[in-house]
Design a protein around this ligand. Structure first.
Ligand code: ADP
Ligand code: MG
Length: 261
């Protein structure tokens, strides 16, 4: 391959200890700009903890995280959002009493508010312009994730699958460079999973995707790179074919039957 893409994210010897327990233990790998990079591994492997370290909801015990070569290890969540890291979480973080549109709009406005112009203080007319632009953007995103007719419904009234779609729209509203998706298809119907897979596949290349997913069909359909974790450790990072072929991965996680589909 010629002209490889630069690394957007680099993890260097990252660990998270809870007391004496090492949920993530000395993990290092890189995520190329534009990658569709999946993290897989059995329950308890440390995948969600690792995402917490990248998004900033958890502080690393050791090691460092670099975004575009910049050390973000100690930055709080909102600073990382400002640098383009967005996450959906395994456990939903929606504002359930608010409408679908309002959920996306709030995220879009927070993003607009993180811009330099907003910090210098906006006049009322500029603010109204920002809100109108953010509303238009929110509507576009809701269409993109497949919720074009649900704008005025409280998020609490959405089906499980629709909530996951909304979470993706909320994350996209922050205009991420790195989108972290933790089991986005969990609890979704096959049709919803299919739609979500198409949505992720259609994201522009300037959105790099780091995905934790149990549905291996979805992983092997979407991912160009796969990292395997096991008991807090990094087992391997490679192409889907390399990961399927790895004997170590087979014995630790995938078994012998599930990797051929
Ligand atoms: P995965 O997402 O791969 O299923 P997690 O990252 O959620 O795994 O969890 C990895 C391990 O760390 C599990 O054994 C889990 O019980 C443990 N763990 C996660 N969060 C905490 C916490 N806040 N305190 C103590 N142990 C935790
Ligand atoms: Mg998890």
């Amino acid at each position: 391959m010629s002209d490889p893409a630069p690394d957007l994210l680099e993890l260097r010897g990252v660990s998270k200890h809870f007391g004496s327990f090492r949920a993530v233990d000395d993990v290092g790998f890189t995520v190329r700009a534009g990658a569709r990079h999946a993290v897989i591994g059995p329950n308890g492997a440390g995948k969600s903890t690792l995402f917490g370290l990248v998004s900033g909801t958890l502080a690393a015990t050791t090691g460092s995280l670099l975004l575009d070569g910049r050390d973000v290890t100690r930055l709080p969540v909102h600073r990382r959002v400002g640098l383009g890291i967005a996450a959906t979480f395994q456990h939903s973080s929606l504002f359930l009493p608010e409408t679908v549109l309002e959920n996306v709009l709030l995220a879009a406005l927070r993003r607009a508010g993180a811009g330099a112009g907003a910090r210098t203080g906006l006049g009322g007319r500029r603010r109204a312009g920002t809100r109108a632009a953010a509303t238009a953007r929110a509507r576009t995103l809701l269409e993109r994730v497949g919720l074009p007719t649900r704008h005025d419904v409280p998020a609490a009234e959405l089906s499980h699958g629709e909530r996951r779609q909304l979470e993706v729209a909320v994350a996209l509203a922050t205009e991420p460079r790195l989108l972290l998706l933790d089991e986005p298809a969990a609890g979704m119907s096959p049709a919803e999973t299919e739609r979500l897979t198409r949505l992720i596949a259609a994201l522009p290349d300037d959105v790099t995707v780091l995905l934790v997913e149990h549905d291996l069909d979805m992983v092997f359909e979407l991912a160009d790179t796969v990292t395997v974790m096991h008991l807090g450790n990094h087992l391997t990072t490679g192409t889907p074919d390399e990961v399927r072929a790895s004997a170590e991965v087979q014995s630790a996680y995938l078994g012998t039957t599930e990797v051929t589909s």
